[in-house]
Design a protein around this ligand. Structure first.
Ligand code: ADP
Ligand code: MG
Length: 260
C-alpha cells in the first residue's frame, strides 16, 4: 500500500504567558490509502495540535507533510485552495464548523458552492445523495442545524466533509460527545463509508475503546511525542509503553470484550 499521508518530524511550540509548551515534538508517521490511524493520548498530549497542523489550521515550526503527492505544508495559497477539498476535518462539536442557523441543505451545499464541485442546478440532488450516504432522510433538508439532534448534526458534518470527495478525513474527538449507542452507530457508518469511498482516516480520541473498532493502527501520544505506534490489536493486547498501559487500564472491559 502506498502512503497517502506522510508526516515527518512535525514540531510545534506555543508560547503563552512567558511559558513555552512543546505541543508537538518531532512527530513522524504515515497513513496508507484506505487506512485508519488512531491517535490516542491524554488531554494536552498534542492530539488537536497535530490535527490542526496537518489540516493547515495552524502552522508548524518544523517538519513536513506529504499528502496525495504534494508537499502539503509548503503549498502556496492558490494551490492549497485547489487541493483543500481532498483533506477534510470533523470536530467534536459540529457547530464549530457549521453556522447553527444554517439549514441542513445549506450546510451541505456550502462546500459544493465554494469549491464549485457541482453545477448549482444539481445542488439539491447532490445534497439528498450526500444525506443518503450518511443515512439521513431528505426530510431534514430544510431543518435548521440547531434543531436536529447531536447524532444527526455529526452526520451532517460528515456529509459536508464527503461533499468535497476527500481522500483523508481528520476526525478530532468527533464521536466523543455522543452517548455510547449513538457513538457505535456513527463508528459503523464511518467504517462503511471508508469501504465505499476508499477513505483514509486520522482518528483522534482520548479513549482507546472508541478507536478499537475503527483503527487499523494506533499511535499513542504523550507530551507532544508518539511513544508507541502499531497495529491496534497488538497495541491493546501487548502494550509496550507506560502510556498505552495507562490508557488501557482506563477502559476496564477493553481486553475482555475481544473474547466475548
Ligand atoms: N493556542 C494555544 N496556545 C498555547 N498553548 C496551546 C494552544 N493550543 C494548545 N496548547 C497547548 O499545547 C498542548 C497540547 O494541546 P492539544 O494539542 O490541544 O492537546 P490534546 O488535543 O491532546 O488535548 C497543551 O499543553 C495545550 O495547553
Ligand atoms: Mg484535543
Amino acid at each position: 500500500m502506498s502512503a497517502l499521508l506522510e508526516v515527518t518530524g512535525l514540531t510545534k511550540r506555543y508560547s503563552s504567558h512567558g511559558r513555552v509548551v512543546q505541543a508537538l515534538d518531532n512527530v513522524s508517521f504515515s497513513i496508507a490509502e484506505g487506512e485508519t490511524l488512531a491517535v490516542v493520548g491524554p488531554s494536552g498530549s498534542g492530539k488537536s495540535t497535530l490535527s490542526r497542523v496537518i489540516t493547515r489550521l495552524v502552522s508548524a515550526d518544523a517538519g513536513s507533510v506529504r499528502f496525495a503527492g504534494t508537499d502539503w505544508l509548503a503549498l502556496p495559497a492558490a494551490a492549497l485552495r485547489r487541493e483543500r477539498p481532498r483533506m477534510q476535518m470533523v470536530f467534536q462539536d459540529p457547530l464549530e464548523a457549521v453556522n447553527p442557523r444554517a439549514t441542513v441543505f445549506s450546510a451541505i451545499a456550502d462546500p459544493l458552492r465554494i469549491h464549485r464541485l457541482v453545477p448549482r442546478r444539481e445542488f439539491r440532488r447532490a445534497v439528498i445523495h450526500l444525506l443518503d450516504k450518511v443515512q439521513l432522510p431528505a426530510s431534514l433538508l430544510d431543518r435548521a442545524v440547531h434543531e436536529i439532534s447531536g447524532g444527526q448534526r455529526q452526520r451532517v458534518a460528515l456529509a459536508r466533509a464527503l461533499a468535497c470527495q476527500p481522500r483523508l478525513i481528520v476526525l478530532d474527538e468527533a464521536v466523543s460527545a455522543l452517548d455510547v449507542s449513538l457513538r457505535a452507530r456513527i463508528i459503523d457508518l464511518l467504517i462503511d463509508l471508508q469501504r465505499a469511498e476508499k477513505l483514509s482516516y486520522l482518528f483522534v480520541s482520548h479513549d482507546l475503546a472508541v478507536v478499537k473498532a475503527t483503527a487499523h493502527r494506533t499511535a499513542v501520544m504523550e507530551a507532544g511525542r508518539i511513544v508507541e505506534i502499531g497495529p491496534t490489536p497488538a497495541l491493546i493486547n501487548a502494550p509496550q509503553s507506560e502510556m498505552a498501559r495507562a490508557l488501557i487500564a482506563a477502559v476496564p472491559r477493553l481486553n475482555l470484550s475481544r473474547t466475548l
